[in-house]
Design a protein around this ligand. Structure first.
Ligand code: AKG
Length: 255
């Protein structure tokens, strides 16, 4: 089901939208959660090989150098390693949302699982996604799907409404930045304007690639598992100015 005109309008005004209808039903959510847990379990102890701890403060991504007090765990490109997450790319309710915002010709940019474990889940600093990506035109959207209820206690998304309209902000490397860890850029954001976006399990929110956003540490007793799919209009160029033709076409045609 496509977004209603007023929802599109809200997105155009705020640069994000909480979707008020369920996107993943109970049965589907149980399957995805099981596959998600099993992938993280398989990869536990292999930091740097497909699994990253974005809260790392050591000198490298190896387990020895990782400050395990904090974990903001990331697996990129889940669709390449798991059939359920590959199928999720084509889930009609998600593509309908993307189509309402970026048009009928939709390619995957990438997906990622972002897991903040209970008690010691790490932070993600204020940033814009396109601060990392530098895609052009900057019209990508990300659908952030909650596998657990996500709220202020366990690290839901916080956003600055309307921030995308000001274009790309100046990003700096955070102090804990080591190597090319992508989650460690940060922007000075006006936190007084921040809005929390709690999302229940099976629901989603969508944000523009220039929307300033952040998530807090998870000190609660509840895990916060999320899955994010980043969509781009076909014809989008990478940071080197090349059209990204070899990324999966999810709906419509290649530009
Ligand atoms: O899930 C998180 O903690 C951060 C999400 C994020 O930065 C994103 O979806 O772009």
């Amino acid at each position: 089901m496509k977004l209603m005109p007023q929802e599109v309008e809200e997105f155009r005004r705020d640069g994000y939208l909480k979707i008020d209808r369920r996107i993943i039903d109970d049965e589907h959510l149980a399957v995805l959660s099981e596959h998600y847990d099993s992938l993280f379990a398989q990869k536990r102890g292999t930091i740097g090989e497909g699994l990253r701890n974005l809260a790392v403060v050591g000198d490298s991504e190896s387990d020895e150098d990782t400050d395990c007090a904090e974990e903001m765990l990331q697996i990129m490109e889940m669709w390449r390693v798991d059939e359920e997450f590959r199928k999720l790319l084509y889930h009609e309710p998600l593509l309908d949302i993307a189509e309402s915002l970026i048009g009928a010709d939709i390619q995957l940019f990438h997906d990622q699982a972002l897991y903040k474990p209970a008690y010691h889940g790490g932070e993600v600093y204020w940033h814009q996604d396109n601060g990392y990506w530098r895609c052009n035109p900057p019209n990508l959207v990300s659908i952030w799907i909650a596998l657990d209820d996500a709220d202020e206690e366990n690290g839901c998304m916080n956003v600055i409404p309307g921030s995308y309209l000001a274009g790309l902000a100046a990003h700096e490397r955070a102090e804990s930045e080591k190597g090319d860890l992508p989650a460690l850029l940060q922007v000075d954001a006006d936190v007084n304007r921040a809005v929390s976006v709690p999302v229940e399990a099976g629901y989603a929110m969508v944000h523009h690639c220039l929307t300033l956003h952040q998530t807090n540490p998870n000190r609660s007793s509840r895990d916060r598992r999320a899955m994010v799919i980043h969509y781009m209009p076909s014809g989008t160029r990478n940071r080197d100015g090349e059209v990204m033709t070899d990324y999966p076409l999810l709906r419509g045609k290649l530009a």
